[in-house]
Design a binder for this molecule. Structure first.
Ligand SMILES: [Zn+2]
Ligand SMILES: [Zn+2]
Length: 67
């Protein structure tokens, strides 16, 4: 199945799969990510592919770390 995912869909999928929003790999969250390159659009700590103008990703991420 080859779908062109929108940024928002990609972001949701990444969260569903519990992947790191920064390097898109599993096993850790953004807070533990060692990826050095930041979002090219806003210099935020998320993958440029997941950058969404209307979504403040970093604010959503704050809820993930507490468990
Ligand atoms: Zn990562
Ligand atoms: Zn960004």
């Amino acid at each position: 199945m080859k779908l062109k995912l929108s940024t928002e869909n990609r972001y949701i999928r990444t969260k569903e799969l519990k992947l790191c929003l920064h390097c898109l790999k599993g096993g850790h969250f953004v807070s533990k990510c060692r990826q050095k390159s930041l979002c090219k659009k806003c210099s935020g700590k998320h993958n440029t592919l997941l950058h969404h103008e209307a979504t403040k990703l970093d604010e959503n991420l704050k809820g993930l770390g507490s468990s």
